[in-house]
Design a protein around this ligand. Structure first.
Ligand SMILES: [Zn+2]
Length: 66
């Protein structure tokens, strides 16, 4: 049986078999996630967030519902 999971970065299906970076699908996605983690840990207030999250990081604001 092959264990599969969604890559936390690109959400592609990744397979655990022979994948040292599981649940990431590739080294690139692993590094992207690592970079995000480091950015949060060492955030510099003076710098605007232009690291390029793309549309993926844009969370639509929901109107207040009562
Ligand atoms: Zn990926």
């Amino acid at each position: 049986m092959t264990t599969t999971a969604r890559c936390p970065t690109c959400r592609a299906v990744s397979h655990k078999d022979g994948n040292k970076l599981f649940p990431f699908c590739s080294e690139r996605c692993h590094l992207v996630d690592l970079g995000r983690w480091l950015n949060e840990d060492y955030r510099i207030p003076d710098q605007p967030d232009t690291s390029g999250g793309g549309a993926d990081s844009a969370v639509p604001q929901k109107p207040d519902e009562s």
